[in-house]
Design a protein around this ligand. Structure first.
Ligand code: SAM
Length: 285
């Protein structure tokens, strides 16, 4: 019996490997998509060799990209999700009855169709959520053409700043997001990871541009086993509402959502960052 392993390289000499049963592979015009199954993490998929989400630990990332924003501004009604083709972020947003409109802008339709087939736990939202509208276009262009003050929340659930995701980490993109947001609006982005040099460089670059664009630019952390070093960051940028000083735990609790990672204690704790990360966020990239 031959064991097959998927490896993601975090540096030249450090990799994360898990034993797999291959399920599907294809090359789209944007990226290579691979689906695998692993006994511990269940079904998962990769894009261009980078692990995106697994059945078993996706709840961590999808709860944490979404709920801190709603606990800071419980009146969010119009949401834009950029990327997020697996549906996990949309699934969490759709849990709020106060949300009236979800625009999801995913550049690669094949990611959505394959996740509907192999990962219904996240992608079934695309079949059963009437408030959600899918747009198979580039998020950079979509935001450029979005009228001022359209959204209360923009969630950038993107790949890394290589390939199609590169444009989602530019000053122009952040400025267009700023314009597209309402006065109480906020932008949450996957903010890479502070540990390995390549990820840390991208995190610093993105943070500098966001800080130059938004008056409030905080970073919070989450621990997810299948991400490089297990430590992942999110950026929380806003025009007026600060996720720590304007946090409204009682109002969030009135939504009575059952979550497995997010809670109002971890909300506050996640914005407390290790010293080395704090220092990185003040350094030039
Ligand atoms: N939500 C997952 C997780 O738990 O980490 C991973 C992120 S999701 C799969 C990343 C998505 O961003 C991919 O489906 C990719 O096609 C999409 N994407 C990359 N660049 C994009 C762009 N410029 N506009 C819209 N979507 C983009």
């Amino acid at each position: 019996m031959v064991d097959l392993w998927f490896s993601e390289y975090h540096t030249e000499d450090v990799r994360f490997s898990i034993k797999v049963e291959p399920l599907w592979s294809e090359q789209t015009k944007f990226q290579r998509i691979d689906f695998f199954r692993n006994a511990t993490f269940g079904t998962f998929f990769t894009l261009d060799g980078f692990l995106m989400m697994t059945e078993k630990d996706e709840f961590i990332y999808h709860e944490m990209i979404c709920h801190p924003a709603f606990a800071t501004n419980p009146e969010i009604q119009r949401v834009l999700i950029i990327g997020g083709g697996d549906g996990g972020t949309a699934r969490e947003v759709a849990r709020y009855p106060t949300v009236q409109q979800i625009d999801q802008v995913e550049i690669d339709e094949r990611v959505v169709r394959l996740c509907q087939q192999y990962l219904p736990q996240t992608a079934s939202v695309f079949e059963n959520e009437p408030r959600l509208k899918l747009h198979f276009v580039d998020g950079v262009e979509f935001v450029k053409n979005t009228p001022e003050g359209t959204y209360d929340l923009i969630l950038v659930d993107s790949t890394d700043p290589i390939g199609p995701g590169e444009g989602l980490f530019t000053l122009e993109f952040y400025r267009n997001c700023y314009r597209a947001l309402t006065p109480n609006g906020s932008l949450i982005n996957q903010h890479e990871s502070p540990y390995y040099p390549g990820d840390a460089r991208e995190m610093k670059r993105a943070h500098q541009k966001i800080k130059a664009t938004f008056p409030i630019a905080r970073v919070y952390q989450v621990f997810k086993p299948t991400y490089p070093s297990g430590l992942r960051l999110f950026g929380f940028a806003a025009k007026t509402l600060d996720p720590v000083t304007d946090f409204k735990p009682e109002l969030w609790q009135q939504f009575k959502l059952i979550t497995r990672y997010y809670n109002t204690d971890i909300h506050t704790a996640s914005f407390a960052l290790p010293t080395y990360v704090q220092e990185m966020l003040t350094e030039d990239a």
